[in-house]
Design a protein around this ligand. Sequence first.
Ligand code: MN
Length: 409
Amino acid sequence: MISLGPQALSAIARRPATAREILTVVTPEHPPAQGQSSGADAREPRPDASAAGPAALPGPGVGTDIGAEWSRAVKALGGAAEICLACHVRPDGDALGSMLAVAHALRARGSQERAPSSPPARIVASFGDQPFEIPRILRFLPGAGLLSPPDAFPERPQVMVTFDAARADRLGTLEASARAADELIVLDHHASNAGFGTVNLVDPAAAATAVVAADLIDRMGVELTRDIAMGLYAGLVTDTGSFKYPTTSPRVHELAARLLRTGIEPGSVARELWDRSPFGFLGLLSAVLGRARLEPAGAAGHGLVWTTVTRSDRAVHGLPFDAAESVIDVVRRTDEADVAIVLKEDDEGRWQVSARSKGAANVGRACVALGGGGHSLAAGFTAHGTAAEVMSALRLQLAAGPAAAVRGP
Ligand code: MN
């Protein structure tokens, strides 16, 4: 299980690594088999974060001087003339929200800054999707105007920060910039993150990357504004499933309280993220739920429920791809199944597969084996072929997988 993949090796080769860091490098037992990297739109329950204080980073930084990692990050951000921010492809609320929050904070710091001798840093923020499109449900986030398309991103950034990406290849077309960056600050909370940066702020105990981003903003000495808080709050509610997942710790609610004090309205954020859709969505839901299949013997006897959302389903109702995103949240209610799967056909005809587990099966492991990623309870991957073929491959992985109880490093 503990071995070094080529990607991990190249990341390590770029900087001195401690023995402890190498030990935390975990690669999939099965190499990616098909498709591209995951659609891990992972809003997954994570281990309780309440025990971890704000300075704790028990991830790849374990055994290293955490304080030193933080000060190196703050110093790099303080001295740079240009700061480049990138989050993972097909960003979710945590990825984009955390990145926009830090973008707002860097701007605020620029105007608060006492050193008038040095001009404020130029901020570039993007994600490596081609075509470059901000997911519809995230367009309410303040700061969309701060984003630029990935082809405007510097090829060799002086200082670059990544958000919510467990691996460099999750940055899509911006992976090359990350590898070329002089200083690469990795902000994340995925247990599988091997630390591909020169500075790794990875906290697997954090419920969201937004929690780590909030810590960074505090350490930069920037006051929370409403715009900063909106991004962080979107990350927090996305990754805790609106404070429903087991990761919803006292630390999560404490941060939420601070964010709400800036005046943001939780009701309107929830409505933007989850509680609205065009009328056509009802028709789509009716069709895709009507064809859902329950396989009681699936997922090693824990039960499997699945359905598909095809391009033609969406075309009938005039819906874009991301309208299919929330279908999994209905399908996963099924009492008789531990595992819920939704195969969503994108505009290019590929299947973007979402997988959820209630805890008996490890969908993260299955999705990683199929070339994707995510967490043990929420994961995804991209696949080609017919729905039947994709499901066959997935059934095999889920039948073989060990229990999800073993997590993280
Ligand atoms: Mn996240």
